[in-house]
Design a protein around this ligand. Structure first.
Ligand SMILES: [Zn+2]
Length: 511
């Protein structure tokens, strides 16, 4: 079977347009009727998931997306979202059909210009029947037209779309895209994005990356906002914020555009939001010195509305922050955390959701490093206090940061024990090796994916040490590990100056 397939593919001729023609024996092309016809020996359905160990049906098999062009129209008064997404992809197998992850109502699907059959399967799968067989390596242009009320579209009883008094926020993890664009919804498939949204004039739209053009007036007293992600990103790191925003632009020390946006609904929390998010370029500059060159084309942050999200998210180039972070004044630690994710999570993304420590452990440890840098408490002091904060018999120590389980991806332990694990790795290898390992990791997997095993291998290579014991103990073993500092930690260590701010952030970060 395999040999027959290879022979058939070898006989194909790929045209410059990416379509495939063949002259099958006994079927000489008729003059004037020749038309590119893809053929394949045995096209099969693309898998409905990518086999993630926690979320096996997230993402889809059989193709790889290169670019999403998401063109939307939104009505804040009714939450009606309509639009067209054009997915540019490459087939990775011979396909008879393939899935996209999507929850809104679909009006039509075309594949390379041909009308395609489609059907809803389950809560978030859109099955597309290939109008013609698709061969491995073929370029796919999939155009999906759709409309719906995302705040009322529930998947597993839930919507990741947040409707607010003046607009909406599409920002959630791991599920976000299902409510606004069809996608291959797994971090393994990264793509670039063009995102544009038409809204009533006077409403702002903020998204990832840069603005390829100024907001454009459209008929009917409407304005279309356009955003572009130049570097590839995952589907959950794409976002849109729609509503009443003050937008502040500037240039970062590295010459990149900074775009910060502040909901006008924040009231007395507005100044604290600005005092935090306006430090983004400073934070990114410092993090670039510790983690390696900043991986993206723009910087910024979005202070979401007072009735928006209760968390913060590392949306690519421009994190989104819920209003809770400013409830006790400014908090640069959450800015440090979300921007650390630009390296750990956004550029180097998890290959499987079980590897979430590579995101949250590192972003949390970045806060401890910032505390050291600011002279507000050392990582060791923060380790001691965190360690002492959880009694040995606490359930907390039963969660494994290296494999927390699908329902505990955002557990406290992934963040705090995750940071403690990195501190133990640092102690094991020493500062010199540790601060070479971090930029080596972000360089080795830039704009790609990583696993904990790969990180351990790199850390062992750079340090020249066998680190199996520290990784196993801190990431993969239930129970409170013994540490040399335990006796000291049990005596209720004094609080570093950074402690209250870090705790205030971490009350909201894990979910
Ligand atoms: Zn985080």
């Amino acid at each position: 079977m395999r040999r027959v397939l290879a022979a058939a593919v070898a006989a194909l001729t790929v045209t410059t347009a990416g379509t495939v023609t063949t002259g099958a024996p006994g079927q000489a092309a008729l003059p004037g009727r020749a038309r590119p016809v893809p053929v394949t020996a045995s096209p099969t359905p693309g898998s409905p998931g990518l086999g993630d160990s926690y979320f096996p049906d997230y993402g889809n098999g059989g193709y790889d997306v290169d670019h999403y062009d998401v063109r939307l129209r939104y009505e804040p008064a009714t939450d009606r979202l309509s639009g067209t997404t054009t997915v540019l992809a490459t087939a990775t197998q011979d396909l008879s059909r393939f899935n996209l992850d999507f929850a809104l109502d679909v009006e039509s699907v075309r594949v390379n210009g041909w009308p395609a059959g489609f059907a809803r399967e389950g809560d978030h799968e859109l099955a597309v029947t290939a109008p013609r067989p698709i061969v491995k390596g073929q370029s796919l242009t999939v155009v999906v037209r759709y409309a719906g009320i995302p705040s009322r579209t529930k998947v597993y009883g839930y919507t990741g779309w947040t409707r607010t008094a003046d607009g909406a926020l599409a920002a959630n993890e791991p599920e976000s895209a299902w409510w606004w664009f069809p996608s291959n919804d797994h971090p393994l498939d990264k793509a670039t994005f063009d995102i544009s949204v038409s809204v009533p004039t006077g409403v702002e739209v903020i998204s990832n990356g840069v603005q390829p053009r100024a907001p454009l007036a459209e008929a009917g007293n409407r304005t279309r906002w356009s955003w572009r992600s130049v570097q590839p990103g995952t589907t959950y790191q794409a976002f849109i914020a729609i509503g009443q925003y003050d937008i502040v632009t500037d240039t970062a020390p590295n010459g990149q555009p900074v775009v910060n946006a502040y909901s006008t609904t924040l009231g007395e929390r507005g100044p604290a939001a600005r005092a935090s998010i306006e430090r983004t370029a400073e934070v990114v500059d410092w993090e670039s010195g510790v983690f390696g060159p900043y991986p993206f084309e723009a910087q910024g942050g979005v202070a979401g509305p007072i009735d928006g999200i209760g968390f913060a998210l590392e949306t690519q180039t421009r994190p989104v922050y819920g209003p809770g972070f400013w409830r006790r004044g400014s908090n640069p630690y959450v800015v440090v955390h979300e921007n650390a994710h630009q390296w750990f999570g956004d550029s180097v993304s998890v290959a499987d959701w079980s590897q979430i420590w590579l995101n949250e452990g590192f972003a949390s440890y970045a806060e401890w490093l910032w505390s050291e840098e600011q002279g507000e408490g050392t990582a060791q002091e923060l380790f001691d206090l965190t360690y002492a904060g959880y009694p040995a018999d606490s359930e907390y120590w039963q969660v494994l940061p290296g494999d927390p389980g699908a329902s505990r991806v955002f557990d406290d332990a992934v963040y705090d024990r995750g940071a403690m694990a990195l501190h133990q790795i640092r102690l094991a290898v020493g500062d010199d090796a540790f601060f070479r390992i971090l930029p080596a990791w972000t360089a080795a997997h830039a704009h790609g994916n990583g696993t904990i095993a790969q990180f351990q291998a790199l850390a062992e290579q750079i340090s020249g040490q066998d680190l199996d014991q520290v990784f196993t103990t801190w990431l993969f073993t239930a129970g409170r590990p013994e540490v040399a500092a335990a006796a000291r930690a049990s005596l209720a260590p004094a609080q570093p100056r950074s402690w209250a701010k870090i705790r205030a952030a971490h009350e909201l970060l894990p979910r």
